[in-house]
Design a protein around this ligand. Sequence first.
Ligand SMILES: [Zn+2]
Length: 494
Amino acid sequence: MNAAQYLRKSRMEEGMDTEEVLARHRKALAAFAAAHDIHITETYYEVVSGESLYARPEMLRLLEDVEDGRYDAVLVMDLDRLSRGRMKDQGIILDAFRDSGTLIVTPEKTYDLSDDLDDEMAEFKTFMSRREYKIINKRLRRGLKQTIQDGCYVANAPYGYRKVTVDRKPTLEIYEPEAKFVRMMYDLYLQGYGCVSIARYVNSLGAKPHRSAEFTRNSVAHILRNPTFAGKIVWDQKTHIRKGAKGNPKHITICNPREQWTIVDGIHPAIVSQETYDQVQAILAGRYHPSRRDGTVRSALAGVVLCANCGQHMQRVTMRGTPYLLCTKPGCCASTRFELVEGRILTYLEDALAQLELEHQAGTGRNTAVLDSTLAAVQKELAAAQRQKSRLYELLELGEYDLSTFRERLGAVREKIAGLERLRRETERTLEQARLAASDSLAGKIRGVLDAYGAADAAGRNAMLKGVLDAVWYEKKKKTAPADFQLRFDLKPF
Ligand SMILES: [Zn+2]
């Protein structure tokens, strides 16, 4: 069971050292969780002790996450920690847990508020009368909406922001280590980069989103669409359908279409200007975004061209409708129009083919692998014969051999060595000829690529290039002419 824990002092502990009390609770809950197979994934650590819900930022964050259905349960020392506060606040807390089907787990007892018949529910209700709850809850929902319409921010802080309380109102402050990446995403998008490239780029710079390991096309698109970054607050982005309300076994969250959103001016600072935001929305609206996560190859050069400077794979990126080849490492090397690089590679292959055909005329066909192993064997035998020869001198010196025996043996070894050396020279010559001949098979492949390239799609072209090229190394200095780039080629070994 995945659970969050909410730590907060109770009335009884008023006046005691907060850190000390909460550390003790944390320890107790950890022990309880371990004993009951509960996995604590998040801790809400309330150090401020306001009576109003809005003076309890961690509780607001917890409620938001509970409404999202992020946890199976929330672990607290006792109900008092959650419910303490004004009557109307208790209503919204109860509601969040009941609607999402999230359990409240205390070391003493587990409460399932989604079950109206549960007598635990009855126990919870002793905190307020049902009638009271209904009236208050309605008022509170209105109050929450009013808070948002007043420009206050009650949900989790989006990337680039942190939640703060200003004049007792919840709002956001800019968190610069993240905000700089938000600005970068908007800027790059306006420059014509797509969400995938932007995600790769900010990931390479070490940007990390709040709830996952790295940015993706979707999370970048989400940031580009979120009006919060232009200083707005959005309401009605989601509809929650209660567990069991329409026969659904679970709490369901529906994302509402944009037309149904209520957007108001927030009191928090904007990270991007309204103008930038509007420009990005205009491009987003006019641009068709096919899913890039279907594994299809869209670049004929994918995985083929590497940056000679940093060794990264060069990426195909569309800027103002024109595809470019780009090193995603910032400031590494200048980009070039995709077509130019692709054209240069094909020219190289044509040249290489011509060269191979020339070499082929001198060669004969043979299997080089067999010759390779023959050569290795001959060399090994040669080395052994040489060792044998020096051993003969040793034996002579030691008096083991008389001179005539020594001469006889030496003559035999010399003859053996001469024979082996002859064999080695022959093998080497044959091998060289065979290599030239084998290059014909590469030539055949290259010819095939050049013949079929024009008619193939990106994936086909990519497969063909990978069949004949190990790598193409790309290099281009900044501020040089468009065609002033260098390529180095690693052809497949024969
Ligand atoms: Zn590079």
